[in-house]
Design a protein around this ligand. Structure first.
Ligand SMILES: Cc1cc2nc3c(=O)[nH]c(=O)nc-3n(C[C@H](O)[C@H](O)[C@H](O)COP(=O)(O)O)c2cc1C
Length: 223
């Protein structure tokens, strides 16, 4: 019996520090993929009302967005609207689709994958402060959406226009996001004045990736 107790004490003495170290350095990773709810493709605020209401809003409430809201926002941004061809809500030069949209939350960083309408985790770290301008009033927005593009995806088809196409496509997608946020009663602002090198490092982006915009999205701070 004494031997058994001694053995248990030794096991506990080794196991407890290991558990503490693992807990401190490896937080619960969460799911690697999150399939988003199907978007509403019919209803919502009218286009004209959304156009009339859209404003850049820079003060946010900390309240989280739910998956339905996030899915709706991302569908408007880059979601597939014609499954047979894979064409999306925003147009793309020669249907090349060079954009990758990163979704930064308190739970980590994800990419939005139009095929499957899902989030794919790339990190468990909260990078919102690294990719977003400081909020003016209120709290950091619960979600920051970063627009990136890979001009090399145009290959030899249009190398001299590839970077321009990425900028133009981000403009289309970002306006879709702004209008959808407005239609959902949410606040956002397109931030072009971000530090692209800092964003690239925070998101560990592949060489050659263009960083164009960050758009924080959340509830407007109560005035
Ligand atoms: C290319 C571009 C870059 C912008 N960059 C920033 C930015 O870095 N930070 C910011 O707070 N707003 C930024 N804005 C938002 C503008 O300040 C805003 O659109 C303008 O004041 C007009 O206001 P409205 O969007 O409410 O109509 C940017 C807008 C555009 C089109």
């Amino acid at each position: 019996m004494k031997r058994l107790i001694a053995a248990l004490i030794v096991v506990a003495a080794i196991a407890v520090p290991i558990a503490v170290v693992v807990g401190a350095t490896a937080p619960a990773a969460g799911p690697q993929e999150v399939t988003l709810p199907a978007p509403d493709t019919q209803g919502g605020m009218s286009l004209n009302e959304a156009l009339a209401r859209r404003r850049s809003i820079r003060g946010f409430d900390a309240k989280a967005l739910d998956q339905q809201q996030l899915g709706q926002l991302l569908w408007a941004t880059q979601g597939i609207t014609d499954p047979p061809t894979g064409h999306r809500a925003a147009p793309s030069a020669m249907a090349v689709y060079p954009l990758t949209v990163y979704v930064c939350t308190a739970d980590g960083v994800f990419t939005y994958e139009p095929k499957g309408h899902k989030l794919v985790r790339v990190s468990t770290e909260d990078r919102r402060a690294d990719v977003t301008q400081p909020p003016r009033g209120g709290q950091p927005a619960p979600v920051s959406i970063v627009f990136t593009g890979d001009p090399s995806k145009f290959g030899s088809r249009s190398p001299d226009r590839a970077a321009a196409f990425v900028y133009l496509e981000v403009g289309h997608a970002a306006e879709n996001l702004a209008l959808e946020a407005t239609a959902l009663g949410l606040a956002t602002v397109p931030q072009g004045g971000i530090d692209a090198a800092k964003v690239s490092e925070a998101l560990n982006l592949p060489e050659g990736t263009m960083v164009v915009y960050t758009m924080p999205v959340g509830y407007p701070v109560a005035r």
